[in-house]
Design a protein around this ligand. Structure first.
Ligand code: MN
Length: 321
């Protein structure tokens, strides 16, 4: 499937006054469109022509030598800009500060939200020539600020891009992104850009990056019934299912955890006869699909709930008293 230019998720003038409509029109309709056209041209007739653009830039080594440069620049440009439009939103919906797990992770990595913004702005301002500033999720799930040249993306890997990680926020610092309104004042553009950052989209990308390494262990319990454990990327068991009569039942339970994890997980907090707290994860039909181990305190249980959220990518939790 050739790449296509995605529509802007808002009107061309929606990011005014921070990013002007003319810049948006040229940036999306001319620059991004050219990356799509030239990327498709470079991929034509190669074995990766039908692959997803993200998969292509993750595996540039597989691109024939004579096509690698154009693919790196143009498919990279397409991936970068596709994300860029999505992580912005009109002021009001965009701007402000992140919340929840993403806010906690930013504070943990950088000390405070303001310290993060400073570091991000410095990465953009310090990028000589054209490129991008990024917030990435590392393999160990921590956050880092990095920057790349031209249309490189951290997903291309350290050997090519000079950095790595899963990007969840990217700021285009090419002059074409700001010159009409801000001329040579890149720091002013970046300062204004915070007003249109779509933090709920960034939180969604963050949850997706965290969930990427979650996995399930399916096994028979002592009674010969099937069950599964939800494991975080570090191998920690964060949830144990009820027993199922068949393996298909267990797999159905996993499907429930997955879909509920992304769409309104409900946790019921309970206390055992011995007074130990635990929680039950409920599907939208209120069927329990998993229960935690016992915890020594409500605070420890809260950590367990958070671990399930991280492992399954949940962004929303409805508590049931
Ligand atoms: Mn651009």
């Amino acid at each position: 499937m050739p790449m296509t230019l995605p529509a802007l998720p808002y009107a061309q003038d929606a990011l005014e006054p921070h990013i002007d409509a003319t810049t948006m029109g040229i940036h999306h309709g001319k620059h991004h469109n050219a990356y799509v056209t030239n990327g498709n041209k470079a991929l034509e007739g190669t074995p990766m022509a039908d692959l997803d653009a993200v998969e292509i830039i993750k595996n540039l080594a597989n691109v024939p030598d004579d096509k690698r440069g154009p693919v790196r620049n143009n498919v990279g440009g397409h991936v970068n800009h596709s994300m860029f439009w999505e992580v912005m939103a009109p002021a009001g919906k965009g701007g402000g500060a992140p919340s929840g797990m993403l806010a906690d992770a930013i504070t943990k990595a950088f000390g405070s939200f303001d310290a993060f913004k400073e570091k991000f702005a410095a990465a953009g301002a310090g990028r000589f020539g054209s490129g991008w500033a990024w917030l990435v999720v590392n393999a160990d799930k921590s956050l880092s600020v990095v920057s790349t040249a031209n249309q490189d993306n951290p997903l291309m890997g350290k050997a090519i891009a000079g950095c790595e990680g899963q990007p969840i926020l990217g700021c285009d610092v090419w002059e074409h992104a700001y010159y009409l309104k801000y001329q040579n004042r890149r720091p002013d553009y970046m300062a204004a850009w915070w007003n249109v950052v779509n933090w709920s989209k960034v939180a969604q990308l963050y949850a997706g990056a965290l969930a990427a390494n979650a996995w399930y262990e399916v096994k028979k319990d002592a009674g010969g019934k099937w069950m599964f454990n939800l494991k975080a990327g570090n191998g920690e068991v964060v949830l144990t299912s009820e027993s199922y009569a068949s393996k298909d039942g267990a797999l159905g339970g996993i499907a429930s955890v997955r879909s509920n994890g992304l769409d309104g997980t409900r946790f019921e907090r309970r206390t055992s006869a011995k007074g130990e707290p635990y929680f039950v994860l409920l599907a939208s039909n209120k069927e329990p699909i998993g229960r935690s181990e016992m915890y020594s305190s409500p605070a420890a249980m809260e950590n367990g709930v958070q671990a399930v959220m991280r492992a399954c990518g949940a962004t929303h939790v409805e508590e049931v008293a």
